[in-house]
Design a protein around this ligand. Structure first.
Ligand code: HEC
Length: 182
């Protein structure tokens, strides 16, 4: 078709040149994408994507429900700079009284690999759903770490765990199934 330059009309040659440039650009784009996937090994193209994915997981994975003060009570209407700072509203049951950890503080004490290791082996007292954390993929766990570290540092203290034989000194939710009164 392009056998002789003199045969091709001007617009036709222009179109062919544009098509060739387009194909070259696609090829280069593909190489770049593969290189990026390779670099972070997550299957997500950029660090910003994985932070956004971590934010999504924290939101729909229920972490805020307990680890963000007031989140459940205010139907999620809590400013993001208060997310995951832990809470002093205890959960009281046969295990004693537990307090949701300040994850903004905790995750800053460990790098991504340590966090993956912790999440893979975690077992806590109730009502923390530690088994859900264990079930997450490594990419999801890394995304959560990246998201939490993208929030400003926060070291709001959380009350210590109280064993069953001692009454809690803070407000707490009694987390014990009740039989219906007949
Ligand atoms: C139903 C409430 C609840 C939900 C939902 C919840 N947590 Fe927890 N979490 C807790 C409580 C309470 C503790 C403290 C447990 C203890 O003292 O043994 C805790 C502890 C933890 C710990 C252990 C901290 C340490 O010191 O080792 C991690 C990590 C954690 N939560 C992460 C998460 C993440 C990530 C999510 C979301 C996927 C989540 N939690 C969802 C209540 C919850």
């Amino acid at each position: 078709m392009v056998s002789s330059a003199s045969n091709g009309s001007k617009p036709e040659k222009l179109m062919i040149r544009r098509a060739l440039i387009g194909i070259a650009a696609l090829g280069l784009g593909g190489v770049l994408t593969v290189a990026m996937l390779d670099r972070n090994g997550l299957g997500s193209a950029t660090a910003a994507d994985s932070i956004e994915h971590g934010r999504y997981l924290v939101k729909i994975g229920g972490c805020n429900d307990c680890h963000t003060p007031g989140y459940l009570e205010k139907a999620g209407n809590v400013p993001e700079d208060r997310w995951l700072i832990g809470g002093s509203l205890g959960f009281n049951g046969p295990w004693g009284t537990t307090y949701p950890t300040n994850l903004r503080y905790l995750l800053r004490t460990m790098d991504e690999d340590d966090w993956v290791q912790l999440a893979r082996t975690i077992e806590t007292r109730p009502p923390m759903p530690w088994f859900n954390l264990r079930a997450m993929t490594e990419a999801d766990l890394r995304a959560i770490h990246r998201y939490v570290l993208s929030l400003p540092a926060d070291d709001t203290p959380v009350p210590d765990y109280v064993p069953p034989d001692r009454p809690p000194k803070t407000p707490h939710i009694v987390f014990v199934p009740q039989a219906p009164k007949s």
